[in-house]
Ligand binder design. Structure first.
Ligand code: CTP
Ligand code: CA
Length: 231
């Protein structure tokens, strides 16, 4: 019970956590990215390690350093993140997709730096949709024993927030989803976070508000309980 801050309740469990945000190249000097700092994913890795887990952090363009003692693998694009996650998920007890994955990438990547239009006119960038890594993990044979996703939503209505996240969990085939509101400077880059956890039976208790470490421990509590149910 509790937040297990001193418990070694994840002893020997293999946990793979993606963190940060993927970037999609436009040309050799430009990319499309997002504002994910990687702080929540790093907090999850640190918390899991404290609790005895064997942790791999798959790090996509983190704004912060990977803490000493945390094993990590660095990726940049969604394609690289996908490959790393599909490969590592097979042997993991818990997989957590905390990374903000670019939904789209440029259809064509220019080998040379794109030049401005001489006439001052606009340019059009054609984007194609990226594969959904969480959905692949949730539906393939290689699925981790416990799969955790995140949902970033901008709605301010609590019931709507829960409904959107519950639908997302079901659609993506993950066991648990942590939903946070990203409006008004919340979430991205912030030191604190507020999430609701939702599993197949609906919301697990009230919202967890606190540091990213508090949120990480609450997510790990829920993942531990799901794992125990499957032992
Ligand atoms: N995710 C993923 N692959 C993608 C997009 C998202 O694995 N191509 C994962 C994220 O890591 C997160 C979860 O899916 O754990 C939800 O991401 P989110 O952006 O909220 O959901 P989307 O399905 O992309 O829906 P939308 O952005 O339209 O709300
Ligand atoms: Ca998305």
């Amino acid at each position: 019970g509790g937040h297990g801050r001193t418990a070694r309740d994840l002893d020997g469990r293999r946990i793979v956590i993606s963190a940060g945000g993927t970037r999609e190249p436009i040309d050799p000097v430009r990319f499309i990215g997002n504002r994910s700092s990687g702080r929540q994913g790093v907090a999850l890795a640190e918390a899991a390690k404290q609790r005895g887990a064997d942790v791999l952090l798959v790090a996509a363009n983190l704004e912060i350093e990977v803490p000493a003692g945390i094993e990590s693998f660095t990726v940049t694009t969604t394609a690289q993140l996908r490959e790393a996650m599909l490969e590592r998920a097979a042997s993991a007890d818990v997989v957590i997709m905390a990374a903000a994955v670019a939904d789209y990438r440029p259809e064509d990547v220019s080998d040379t730096k794109m030049k401005k239009e001489a006439d001052g006119g606009p340019v059009t960038l054609r984007l194609v949709q990226n594969p959904d890594i969480l959905t692949e993990l949730g539906h393939a044979d290689r699925r981790a024993r416990v799969l955790v996703g995140f949902a970033a939503e901008t709605t301010s209505d609590e019931a709507e927030l829960i409904r959107l996240a519950a639908e997302k969990r079901e659609r993506k085939g993950c066991d648990l989803i942590a939903v946070n509101r990203v409006d008004g400077g919340r979430g991205f880059g912030a030191a604190d976070n507020e999430v609701r956890l939702i599993d197949a039976n609906g919301p697990l208790g009230a919202a967890v508000a606190g540091s990213k470490s508090d949120v990480a421990h609450a997510i790990l509590d829920a993942a531990r309980d799901l794992l125990r149910g499957r032992d």
